[in-house]
Design a protein around this ligand. Structure first.
Ligand SMILES: CC(C)(COP(=O)(O)OP(=O)(O)OC[C@H]1O[C@@H](n2cnc3c(N)ncnc32)[C@H](O)[C@@H]1OP(=O)(O)O)[C@@H](O)C(=O)NCCC(=O)NCCS
Length: 157
């Protein structure tokens, strides 16, 4: 039995990578990604910012921060990043239920973090629902620290 740097035992067999991570292509990736987000479960909350028009608007800034994972021509994972010039934000990381625990989300986040660094982003935030313990563990094992802080939001319309 192998031991990982944090002491957890590695019982799972390493799955070989059979997908590739690439930049989201608009408009052809829009429908497959929305479908993926819809079936992802409670961790992804779709809202008014996810319409076709709003995604087109988002892509006017840092389009290289929207990534998909593709396997045999199908979108099996996605993550949307944004940079405001000071901080980065990560939205809607999701992997198709049949493709989980194979390293897809890890690859998406590694590539996204690489692209954030490349454009000078020094700190990144993301939001996780309190009941989403799978995502919390996923991020915490990858160096993300939970911040005990209240988050406020306001709709501007
Ligand atoms: C959270 C989520 C994105 C993780 O996606 P995933 O592709 O299953 O994540 P990964 O496969 O990269 O990593 C998960 C586990 O798979 C295993 N794994 C990763 N790569 C592997 C590989 N190559 N071979 C074998 N096992 C592997 C590891 O056990 C890993 O857990 P670890 O934290 O102990 O390292 C996915 O569960 C999901 O889509 N959830 C619903 C949406 C959601 O909640 N999103 C978060 C919004 S904040």
């Amino acid at each position: 039995m192998e031991s990982s740097p944090d002491g957890r035992n590695q019982l799972k067999k390493e799955v070989k990578r059979d997908f590739r991570v690439r930049t989201f292509e608009f408009p052809q990736d829009y429908e497959p990604v929305i479908r993926l987000w819809r079936i992802a479960g409670g961790g992804v909350h779709l809202g008014p910012s996810d319409t076709y028009e709003e995604i087109a608007k988002k892509l006017q800034r840092d389009p290289q921060l929207f990534l998909v994972a593709e396997k045999e021509g199908h979108v099996v994972g996605a993550v949307l990043g944004g940079f405001d010039g000071r901080r980065g934000l990560v939205y809607h990381l999701a992997v198709h239920p049949a493709e989980r625990n194979r390293g897809v989300a890890t690859a998406l986040m590694e590539e996204l973090e690489h692209r954030f660094r490349k454009i000078g982003c020094r700190r990144v935030y993301l939001l996780v629902a309190p009941e989403n313990t799978t995502a919390q563990q996923f991020y915490e094992r990858r160096g993300w620290q939970r911040m005990e802080i209240l988050t406020y939001g306001k709709d501007l319309e």
